[in-house]
Unconditional design. Structure first.
Length: 217
């Protein structure tokens, strides 16, 4: 997550076992877990390495998360008590206040947005929804760190996100499951669009001849 290991870096069992003072079996088990979560890939005749970041995969993760988040919003409409909706309304009001201040740091806005996402996921009452979304969220965040892109880098983008959150909150308050699901998916779609714009700009700056690199990292 910190970027100390770059995409494509080899992960050698013996060296890692010595570095962390554990057995090779422990390292092998850890690499298998990281591979299942998408952080590590195994290449024939090369071995394990840090997964390379393709920009298409970043967009794909946003699409999948959008479906899950839309389902969570629907479940909240159908199952959550009014007291939960009041709590969610307070979170959205805070997000709106942060968006109105152009000086709000992107990471601060992002933390509140992520907090609101997790609140809805918990309020959905589905453990599987929460676990799957959390795993995909960590994976996409890791990839964005590698790509040096964030979703809330501009004041305009933060205002757009706040409007998306307001649509979600209003739909949930009105107990409109279809509208809530659609608004939740739109929030992730707009985030993906913002990230896409940043990545495309980064690629253009990195490749002035117009040829895209195969990987982002």
């Amino acid at each position: 997550m910190t970027g100390r290991l770059a995409p494509g870096d080899r992960l050698k069992e013996i060296a890692l076992a010595q570095e962390h003072a554990v057995s090779r079996a422990t390292i092998r088990e850890a690499l298998t877990t990281l591979e299942r979560r998408g952080f590590v890939e195994r290449i024939p005749r090369i071995g394990a390495r840090v997964t390379a970041v393709g920009k298409g995969e970043v967009y794909d993760l946003f699409d999948i998360r959008g479906v899950l988040f839309g389902l969570a919003a629907r479940r909240v409409v159908e199952n959550a008590p009014d007291a939960t909706l009041d709590e969610f309304e307070a979170l959205v009001s805070k997000i709106e206040a942060l968006a109105e201040r152009r000086s709000t740091p992107p990471h601060s806005f992002g933390e509140h947005s992520i907090g609101a996402q997790h609140f809805l996921l918990r309020a959905s009452g589905s453990r599987w929804l929460s676990e799957l979304y959390e795993q995909l969220s960590k994976l996409s965040t890791w990839r964005l760190i590698r790509a040096k892109a964030i979703s809330f880098g501009t004041a305009e983008r933060r205002l757009e996100s706040a409007r998306d959150w307001r649509r979600i909150a209003d739909a949930i308050r009105g107990r409109d499951a279809d509208r809530a699901e659609s608004a939740a998916r739109m929030l992730l779609a707009h985030s993906a669009r913002g990230v896409r714009a940043q990545l495309e700009q980064a690629l253009t700056e990195a490749s002035p001849d117009g040829h895209e690199p195969a990987e982002i990292g």
